[in-house]
Write a protein that binds this ligand. Sequence first.
Ligand code: ZN
Length: 182
Amino acid sequence: MTVQPIRLFGDPVLRTPAVEVADFDKELHKLVKDLWDTMESQGGAGLAAPQLGVGLRVFTYHCDGASGHLVNPTWVATDEDTQLGEEGCLSIPGLYWDCVRAKNVVARGWNMHGEPVQLEGSDLLARCLQHETDHLDGVLFVDRLDADTRKAAMKEIRQAEWFDGGTPVIKQSPHPLFGGAV
Ligand SMILES: [Zn+2]
């Protein structure tokens, strides 16, 4: 096991856009393993490299019977359907709010060996793929909540026992709900 500590809301690394992976080398393989082991140890649906303090565009996922990892991922919505459902984040432990996401997406990227990967997802898996890609842009799901819910969420975060008083930042995702970058 190579379980690593997960960075929490307030850590600047979670607000820093990650860079594209250029070398599909042993270090990348180790990163994918660390992500996988840490995600599994927490029972998470997904985990992105910035959550381990690594600024590379990589995440792992394990939800709705699908599991794996994506390097340099992008996604697009395959129709205009949306879903409103409960969402959480290992970097915002113990707190959940309803968040609007595209319902059906296709994600593309590479595996750690540099081979192209394409993955279609609906419902929970689609939510996960969008959530993890957001992490690579320094975006957290609280950024996507409606104004009232976000205000309540920020209050709960500030009161959470794990929150150490970092400056809460709200960011705009470069990926709108529809037509994420190709
Ligand atoms: Zn998250």
